[in-house]
Ligand binder design. Structure first.
Ligand code: UD1
Length: 347
């Protein structure tokens, strides 16, 4: 299948590109490189031995020809059968400070992509959603029947829930379109080669990249956001999923035929606390991770754990990699690329 990957140079996009190519699919990467590097695409080419077509464009820009935003000009004449829509802004705190920017970028890019797909006859969309659409957990583990879009605390989360609705409505109006909403839990890890991985700009918001930067000496210590939660050790519990498992979930969703719109959790079904992740990373890296307990981060919940049964049964997919492997692979990436893609390779 020829597959367009919006945001295909990013963390999850680049790993998915690699797995798709290894399974014999053809990949077109569309990215504006605002928060990603062309070096990631180059390394996927190196790992797979396949050249990748890259379109350097902002999917959320209006079409200069019409000014109406009916598909960015960049996609005119680009033929593809399916799209995996990763492109978007993803920092929760920033979304609170810059709500209009987040809504414009994350919603208009989806609208433009759906229009471009209708124009050129593409019939499958897989959307990078998030478990964040579930808001405060009503029950654990969270299955796909858990309420969505209730009491979300930030524009990033709302933009994911709104995009789900936009895609459902677009699919209903175009029955030949198949839509899959993939609700990721907490993606971590890297390709085991250490050649591609997560390369956050500035201070990492997320736990695993922050720990990796402490291990490599870029940051002094981890701040653990609260130890008073009703969890195993008082720190927050999340369902960490290896990015290679996540990438394989996208391929499974792409390859199965499923009319209508279907949502799937992509998670392992197992929760780990912040301190459990710290210990797993210490073991994998052989480095000590100094940390201090600080007040809880506003908006954080005690525990999020996926019920992945639906994806297991219907996609024939399940996670196979452990948290220990995710830590080892993150360390391989971080230690060989302490400055990320821009810093070149230490190898
Ligand atoms: C966050 C976002 C979520 C988004 C996801 C993926 C928030 C509130 N939620 O999820 O919407 O979909 O990232 O990008 O930002 N922690 C620390 N110290 C740190 C960083 C994190 O103790 O420096 C803790 C957190 O309190 C949490 C766990 O580690 O318990 C995981 O945090 P993080 O990696 O930021 O993911 P989420 O908050 O689950």
């Amino acid at each position: 299948m020829r597959v367009l990957l919006t945001g295909g140079a990013g963390y999850i996009g680049s790993h998915t590109a690699l797995v798709l190519i290894e399974r014999g699919h053809e990949v077109i990467v569309l990215d504006d490189f605002s928060n990603s590097s062309v070096e990631a695409v180059r390394r996927v080419e190196e790992l797979t031995g396949s050249p990748i077509r890259v379109i350097d464009a902002d999917l959320s820009a209006p079409d200069p020809a019409t000014g109406s935003g009916v598909g960015p000009a960049a996609l005119a004449g680009v033929e593809f059968e399916a799209a995996i829509h990763f492109a978007g802004l993803k920092a929760v705190g920033e979304s609170v400070r810059q709500p209009t920017r987040y809504y414009r970028t994350n919603l208009v890019s989806t609208l433009n992509l759906l229009d471009a797909m209708r124009e050129n006859g593409a019939t499958k969309i897989v959307f990078s959603s998030s478990a964040t659409v579930y808001g405060d957990p009503q029950h654990l583990p969270q299955d796909e029947l858990h309420p969505v879009g209730v009491g979300l605390t930030n524009p990033y989360g709302w933009s994911k829930a709104m995009n789900e609705q936009i895609i459902r409505d677009a699919q209903a109006a175009r029955p030949e379109l198949e839509a899959v909403l993939l609700r990721y839990f907490n993606p971590v890890g890297a390709h085991p080669s250490g050649r591609i991985g997560e390369d956050p700009s500035g201070i990492p918001n997320n736990l695993m990249p922050f720990i990796a930067q402490v291990a490599v000496g870029k940051r002094e210590r981890l701040s653990v956001f609260g130890d008073g939660y009703p969890t195993v050790d008082g720190t927050g519990v999340r369902d960490y999923i290896h990015v290679m498992d996540l990438a394989e979930g996208h391929v499974a969703a792409l390859e199965r035929t499923m009319p209508g719109t279907t949502a799937y959790n992509l998670g392992s079904g197992t929760g780990s606390s912040v301190l459990e992740v710290v210990r797993a990373f210490e073991t994998a890296s052989g480095r000590e991770i100094p940390y201090e307990i600080v007040p809880a981060r506003p908006g954080d919940v005690a525990e999020m754990v996926a019920d992945p049964a639906k994806a297991n049964a219907e996609l024939g997919w399940r996670t196979t990699r452990t948290l220990a492997e995710a830590c080892a692979d993150t360390w391989a990436w971080q230690s060989a690329n302490p400055g990320g893609y821009a810093g070149g390779s230490a190898a």
